[in-house]
Design a protein around this ligand. Structure first.
Ligand code: NAG
Ligand code: NAG
Ligand code: NAG
Ligand code: ZN
Length: 547
């Protein structure tokens, strides 16, 4: 009986998904062609700036107690008046929750209806590296990926001649291994229990230790652990207060849950003709779980501001616009709810452009699966939005790469894009920090075709990774996104180049190559940041002229 019931649910779900998908497809925007701003690599003399050794003082002593971040940010919730549709909705909800308890009593709640109020546990989930060595193997893995099981999560796409990292739930581990052996696909267990790695990734800090740091340093950032969004914002605000002549905090907008999206602009002022200087844009934390990016971004901020005298020339020639956490809701949720959360936290069931019926359907499917919040912000930018579906961007709200109901549906991507557009005439370099795989990616992502200036972009990137490797010997690969990763549409670097006309647009996939993947230990923050900073300084030197 339970099985019958489950298959009925499946049929219902497939039907509803098709309706939703059809509705999404209709909302696609049109293509547009854009002129790319011309620009040349110039021969500047050294921009100077020693990577002065990082201040290792005030070493925090960590204990087991995790600090609670102050909840400075209030959540705006619209209050809504009474209406007939609201009444219908609440009746529907009542019916739905009634069905819910019936379903729960028949097939159980734990596995399929994960509660979102508590932390998701990855106890006994394994990270497994697969070595497909034929197109047939790749096809088998793609089929597996298409099953979209809760217990099989692909961290990298299956590609010929490339390894694929997959997280497997405890119930499926032995079946999957049997399947792989049967198919002749080699594999290796990288992490035998994800939850243990999660528990050890980030050293704990007590409230007292944090308060001590604030007393001594004025802020609690350490680069020895990953910090909460509130601490990152406080650090930016501390810098603006302490270094008002070079640092300014700008609120770009608010996230879906109402958190302020704050960036820092580091500038010594206009050039001698009174004009704004050329600028380098760096963002991170588009994907919630990729903590290393935000840590590297704040490290770069600390270098430029707190060690400004070491970077006099770099600051003389260039403005820096740095947005460490594009997606604060997701970032916080990856700290408090699900360490492996990727998307934003929005809920588009109430969108104006969906019919009331579809809203109810959406709500029902969300209730059924309990996990369909959020949009992949890096599929949500308005350039060839929603075009590439195969693995690269999804129109299914439950999917990890859901592109959103329309381009810029997310207040986070919209806020960032508006600021970039308003300043595009000054921004010469667009860098977005992601993880993992150690790649310096060149547009385009949406097509295999390369931009006409591809060789210039690749040549600058190769010099950058040369500088990266010099620091700790870490190898990076340079290449077009669509080749090295997989085709994706609606990514921010494509948009920066295609729409904002920023010639040098790159996505940087930071450490590592999958030993820890998204769970990179905090001890690797400083080495990762030091090498990437060397690469970025090289780009600044190559792209921005003295004159
Ligand atoms: C930069 O300098 C190199 C050698 O010093 C030269 O070959 C190259 O043409 C120069 N590029 C530009 C744009 O001036
Ligand atoms: C597969 O990888 C090997 C080693 O990295 C390389 O030598 C070979 O050319 C690759 N084959 C294809 C078809 O890409
Ligand atoms: C540069 O840093 C030094 C040392 O931290 C500080 O005293 C100085 O005020 C900073 N310069 C500016 C323009 O803020
Ligand atoms: Zn990412």
């Amino acid at each position: 009986m339970a099985d019958d019931f489950k298959s009925t649910l499946c049929v219902v779900f497939v039907g509803l998904s098709a309706i939703i998908a059809a509705n999404r497809v209709a909302a696609r925007p049109q293509r547009g062609d854009f002129e790319l701003a011309a620009g040349a690599i110039c021969n500047c003399s050294s921009t100077g700036g020693d990577d002065g050794s990082f201040d290792e003082g005030n070493r925090a002593r960590y204990s087991d107690e995790e600090i609670e971040t102050d909840s400075d940010f209030t959540i705006d919730k619209e209050s809504r008046g009474f209406s007939l549709t609201d009444l219908v909705e609440s009746m529907f909800s009542a019916v739905a929750s009634g069905i819910g308890s019936i379903v729960t009593s028949i097939i159980g709640t734990e596995k399929n209806f994960r509660s979102r109020s508590s932390r998701v546990s990855y106890k006994n989930h394994q990270l497994i590296r697969l070595y497909p060595n034929s197109q047939e193997h790749v096809n088998d893995l793609k089929e597996l990926e298409k099953s979209e099981s809760e217990d099989v999560k692909f961290w990298t796409e299956p590609m010929y001649n490339r390894t694929t990292d997959v997280v497997i739930g405890p119930d499926l581990v032995s079946d999957l291994k049997a399947f792989l052996r049967y198919k002749g696909i080699d594999f290796k267990v990288l992490i035998p229990d994800l939850q243990k790695t999660i528990a050890h990734q980030n050293p704990k800090m007590t409230k007292e230790q944090r308060d001590d740091l604030v007393t001594t340093n004025g802020h609690s950032m350490t680069w020895k652990r990953y910090h909460r969004y509130g601490e990152i914002v406080k650090y930016l605000e501390y810098l603006a207060l302490r270094y008002p002549n070079i640092a300014e905090v700008i609120t770009l907008g608010h996230s879906y849950e109402g958190q302020p999206i704050k960036m820092i602009k580091i500038s010594t002022g206009t050039n001698k003709d009174g004009e704004a200087k050329p600028a380098i844009w760096i963002d991170a934390g588009i994907h919630a779980r990729e903590w290393i990016g935000s840590a590297v971004a704040t490290y770069i901020v600390s270098q430029l501001v707190e060690k400004n005298s070491s970077y006099a020339k770099l600051l003389d020639n260039t403005d820096w616009m740095i947005l460490p956490v594009v997606n604060p809701d997701g970032y916080e949720f990856s700290h408090t709810g699900d360490r492996l959360w990727r998307k934003t936290r929005s809920n588009h069931a109430d969108d104006e452009d969906d019919s009331r019926f579809l809203q109810l359907v959406n709500r029902y499917t969300r209730w059924l699966w309990g996990k369909c919040e959020g949009v992949d912000p890096n599929r949500n930018f308005d350039y060839h939005w929603g075009e590439v579906e195969e693995g690269g961007a999804s129109l299914d709200p439950c999917h990890e790469t859901y592109a959103g109901p329309r381009a810029f549906s997310e207040p986070e991507t919209k806020a960032m894009a508006d600021y970039i557009l308003a300043n595009k005439q000054n921004i010469r370099v667009y860098l977005t920090l992601h993880s993992y795989s150690q790649m310096w990616l060149v547009p385009w992502g949406y097509t295999d075709t390369k931009p006409s200036d591809y060789s210039e972009l690749a040549s600058v990137a190769k010099k950058a990774i040369g500088a990266v490797t010099k620091i700790h010997g870490t190898d990076y690969q340079v290449g077009p996104s669509a080749d090295l990763l997989y085709p994706t549409s609606g990514a921010s670097d494509d948009w920066a180049k295609g729409v904002a006309g920023i010639k040098y647009a790159y996505t940087v996939e930071l450490r590592d190559r999958g030993r820890y993947g998204f769970l990179l230990p905090a001890s690797q923050i400083v080495p990762t940041a030091r090498e990437i900073w060397a690469g970025i300084k090289t780009i600044a030197r190559l792209v921005i002229c003295n004159t």
